[in-house]
Design a protein around this ligand. Structure first.
Ligand code: NDP
Length: 272
């Protein structure tokens, strides 16, 4: 049986083993997938130990995505662009790092929510790891505009500078949370504010009927961001679909088979 795992600290909450077990069953793939708690100062050693045991691949979650990026011998283009790695492939030629978070996000928006990105005004809140991973996959769908708003504006500006050559014709700009004007078609909360039940201070006018407001966080209750967006007419969505889709993308990278996600997403949602 091929062995896979997810590294994190903490890791107890991870839904990845359930998701990958469901994908393996659905696609008839023979594999095992477990949680591995890596010590905060011992991530590379934990990875080496897993490879020595015959591990074929791994997911990486908080707080190791940047460290994972550093230890790879080769990186996919989207992992290079993100500066972070959430998927490792252990090959005879060394460790390859990939980042499937952004692809998971756009697959959820376009595939599950049925909202096209092409030609749309998109507002991305945050400029941390999750936002960085989202920029290239979003630009590949050719929005008319991509505004990156962040608490620390300089970090958003650095992202705009990094991706300027890859904008594909989209108007790409950086600003603080209060600056965006007019209704956006898609507003993505890639900040960690929801973890503290906090709300990035975006103007209410960015939301309206027809806006998709997606918070990357997920849980039983709607986040304050989802509540605020819904109060101003938006259709809201949490990050559970993104989670299921980034896992499907990792499964595809490892096994060469793309699992179906719709049923699993409904099952997980019913268990929240
Ligand atoms: P980072 O710590 O890398 O980035 C956090 C970002 O949020 C920064 O832009 C930071 O701004 C901003 N921020 C932090 N606190 C606040 C606040 N109180 N008010 C406004 N802005 C704030 O985190 P990640 O990018 O790794 O994760 C972001 C979110 O995405 C998390 O909630 C995480 O759980 C979620 N996520 C979900 C995934 C999924 O599959 N659904 C996958 C990956 C992430 P500044 O630059 O000024 O510090």
């Amino acid at each position: 049986m091929d062995k896979y795992c997810v590294f994190g600290n903490p890791i107890g909450h991870s839904k990845s083993p359930d998701i990958h077990a469901a994908y393996a069953l659905q696609t008839g793939q023979q594999l095992t997938y477990e949680k591995r708690l890596a010590p905060l100062d011992g991530f590379p050693a934990a990875v080496r130990a897993f490879v020595a045991e015959g591990g074929k691949g791994a997911n990486v979650t908080v707080p190791f995505k940047l460290e994972a990026h550093k230890l790879c011998g080769a990186l996919t283009m989207r992992a290079q662009a993100a500066g972070a790695v959430n998927t490792l492939l252990f090959t005879d030629d060394g460790t390859i790092g990939d980042n499937t978070d952004g692809a998971g996000l756009v697959n959820d928006i376009v595939g599950n929510a049925g909202v096209p990105i092409t030609g749309k005004r998109v507002l991305l809140l945050g400029a941390g790891g999750a936002a960085r991973g989202a920029v290239l996959p979003l630009l590949e769908h050719h929005p008319s505009q991509l505004t990156i708003a962040n608490r620390t504006v300089a970090t958003a500006e650095a992202l705009v500078a990094q991706f300027a050559a890859l904008s594909g014709g989209a108007a790409l700009s950086a600003c603080g949370y209060e600056a965006p004007r007019g209704q956006y078609d898609i507003v993505i909360n890639a900040t960690s504010a929801s973890l503290q039940s906090d709300l990035p201070p975006v103007p209410a006018e960015v939301f309206g009927p027809g806006t998709l407001a997606l918070d990357m966080m997920y849980g039983k209750e709607p986040t304050v961001f989802m509540q605020f967006a819904a109060d101003h007419g938006a259709i809201v969505r949490d990050g559970l679909g993104m989670l299921v889709e980034q896992a499907a993308e990792a499964f595809m990278a490892w096994r060469g088979v793309r699992p179906q996600t719709t049923e699993l997403l409904a099952q997980l949602r019913s268990k929240l």
